[in-house]
Design a protein. Sequence first.
Length: 407
Amino acid sequence: MDLTETQRGRDLKQRALEFLSEFVIPAEPVYAEQKTQIGPWDTPPVMDDLKRAARDRGLWNLFLPGERGAGLTNLEYAHIAEITGRSPWIMPEALNCSAPDTGNMEVLAQFATPAIQKRWLEPLLDGEIRSAYSMTEPLVASSDASNIDTQITEDGAGFRIDGRKWWSSGAMSPACKIAIVMGRSDPAGERHRTHSMIAVPLDTPGVNILRSTSVFGYSDGGHGGHAEVVYHNVRVPRENLLGELHGGFAIAQARLGPGRIHHAMRLIGMAERAFDLMCARAHQRTPFGKPLAEQGVFQDWVAEARIHIETTRLLVLKTAWLMDTVGNRGAAVEISAIKVAAPRMATWVIDHAIQAHGGAGVSQDFPLAELYAQARMLRIADGPDEVHKMSLARRELRRFAPETARS
């Protein structure tokens, strides 16, 4: 296992750190203030300034391999993604590296027709529009993707879509113009050959955006919320089909591979931000006659937090290296493990940072409450912990099964 940073990776990491300290952190209060002066789902104008600054510094589309992106390996990008996690509401979008756009751009780059790539992928790569991923449904257990029940029906020269989705992140934003919709296209097909994915422009007749769901009361307004959407008699041309008909499940699995690394590394950055705040606070408060930093229980928190962060980071870097060297399938156990370990670690660290801040920790004066809400949500957003542990356990147990059972 070789986790050595390349020179290219080190250079980009340094540029990202400078961008974080010189532009992003100072922009956080501006972003918060502008949110109070615009529509509930509009993006604060400061984001346009940050995007221009990031692009001028070569910090743009770093997540995407190949000619359309920066050509980084998963291991190289992992270090950048961690830095963006220190300001998860601003920095990923400033670098055009925020979810769900990253996963959607990967899908469009791999599976869309040239016409769809020209119409939707190019403006996404330029940061001109946003996108939504419309998979989760309120009426089924969406943690099992085979339950997805929105209907996709062949209709003349195209398809008709009928169903109800929610947690379509970003769809409330005026900048969100396209959704990738997963639905059932062959109810009688094999379990993993019953669904398809289709690109659906949000201005298509029959697309009704009802409301946004909140995360622990946070609207995520600057990012366009998390919409509940009804697709009723929505018709799109056949060219909007992504990949092959009934191949949606495989596309969903392909989409979730690199994205798992992105979220995991951002969670480490979020934990590091909370850790810094916790340690700084310890030298500013003196309960019961001595600074918090000298209290034994607090020192235990600091030690445990550092151990949790470092071990999780190493697991993520190993996972990224495996994805680069043996592919997503070869890294399947580690991908499942990190999807559980990273948000669990981050919520632990952030929770103790909140505790160290007392009442200030749950207030709007520090970013900790919102960091916690985001980290806790990620234990569900890309599949609940239990699903990832089930997948991991099955793969491990399979290695010890009798030969007849394996076949």
